[in-house]
Design a protein around this ligand. Structure first.
Ligand code: F6P
Length: 357
């Protein structure tokens, strides 16, 4: 008998259910008896012993369903060691609940913050297996995370839709894509949607260069310009500020987000109408795309295999087109960022895309 605890933590994404289904199916199909404890709303469920017992049947019919059947929440790592409002030691509580239920393993699905806590639980002696989820694709140790391709599809569709209306009206459009720290999603959706200018956190922009690119299109006879801008895009000027100075700037920031500031500056410099579209959380929603269904199912199946072999302390990741197990200590606390000198950025530039640098 295997007793498995499972939880999904952090911002949700597509294919969380597909991944959990993969884990459970692979274990059940091996003939191994299993008890599944589904902790609700991320680490919160493990801390406060809020769980439901699940059987194989609960994982039927969820391959294509977005969101997570377990619910999710953000439980910041930086305060995980602080007692809660009632003085409860959260780490100790998670350990106690794990031991009380006599779990063999915790299967944790999450992104960066989630992996820091997962690694802490491993250091505290719990058996942990993790699966890499996030639309940002910024998890260290894996070339791909599930949710990413689905989000690329949605953000690309947003840019595609903007394209036709931009062409009709001869306007400048900014589509703001999710990603505060990294630009994988913006870059991929931007390239797929034929954006003319792509601004990402890894390549701070010079607003004059952005305006120059807009004017250049205009002088070449283009009636419209599309910018794909990451939530975390940052100007060269702001990138030079100290943390304190940047905080001060943001405290008095008059725009809802960076895209509106860029729109304002382009309008002032060109006199042209600029519209901002923010697809926001639609990028994390809906049914996973076929790639993510297959990918998450494969990761889940391999996680099941590790559990059957009593191999713990790993994230099931993807490197060089192979599913691999990555030690959790090699993943936790590290961010995978786009290399400004990478081939894809160079190729995008060859295509005439401006990064405003
Ligand atoms: O980490 C995934 C992500 O969707 C980011 O791309 C985005 O910046 C953030 O979460 C939004 O977080 P929240 O759902 O808490 O607003």
């Amino acid at each position: 008998m295997k007793r498995i605890g499972m939880l999904t933590s952090g911002g949700d994404c597509q294919a969380l259910n597909a991944a959990m289904r993969g884990v459970v199916k692979s274990i059940i199909n091996s003939g191994q008896e299993v008890e599944i404890y589904g902790f609700l709303n991320g680490y919160r469920g493990l801390i406060y012993s809020d769980f439901k017992m699940l059987t194989g049947k609960d994982f039927s019919g969820i391959l294509t369903v977005g969101g997570t059947i377990l619910g999710s929440s953000r439980t910041p790592f930086k305060t995980i060691k602080d007692p809660d409002e009632n003085g409860l030691d959260k780490v100790e509580a998670m350990k106690q609940n794990y031991y009380k239920l006599k779990l063999d393993v915790l299967v944790i699905l999450g992104g960066n913050g989630t992996h820091k806590t997962a690694n802490l639980l491993r250091e505290e002696g719990l058996n942990v297996i993790t699966l890499p989820k996030t639309i940002d694709n910024d998890l260290f140790g894996t070339d791909m995370t599930f949710g990413f391709q689905s989000a690329v599809d949605i953000a690309t569709t947003a840019i595609d839709c903007i394209h036709t209306t931009a062409a009709s009206h001869g306007r400048i459009f900014i589509v703001e894509v999710m990603g505060h720290k990294v630009g994988y999603l913006t870059l991929n959706a931007g390239m797929a949607g034929g954006a003319d200018i792509i601004l990402i956190p890894e390549i701070p922009y010079d607003i004059d260069k952005v305006i120059e690119a807009v004017k250049h299109r205009e002088s070449n006879g283009s009636r419209f310009t599309i910018l794909a801008v990451a939530e975390g895009a940052i100007s060269k000027k702001d990138a030079k500020l100290s943390k304190k100075e940047y905080k001060e700037k943001m405290a008095n920031y008059k725009y809802p987000s960076v895209s509106y500031e860029i729109a304002d500056l382009i309008w002032k410099a060109t006199g042209q109408e600029v519209r901002v579209t923010v697809p926001g959380h639609t990028q994390r929603g809906g049914s996973p795309c076929p790639y993510d269904r297959v990918f998450a199912s494969r990761l889940g199946a391999e996680a099941g295999k590790l559990i059957l072999e009593d191999e713990y302390g790993f994230m099931v990741g993807y490197r060089n087109r192979e599913i691999v197990k990555v030690p959790l200590e090699d993943v936790a606390g590290k961010l995978k960022m786009l290399d400004p000198d990478s081939a894809i950025i160079k190729e995008a530039k060859m295509l005439g895309i401006s990064f405003g640098d």
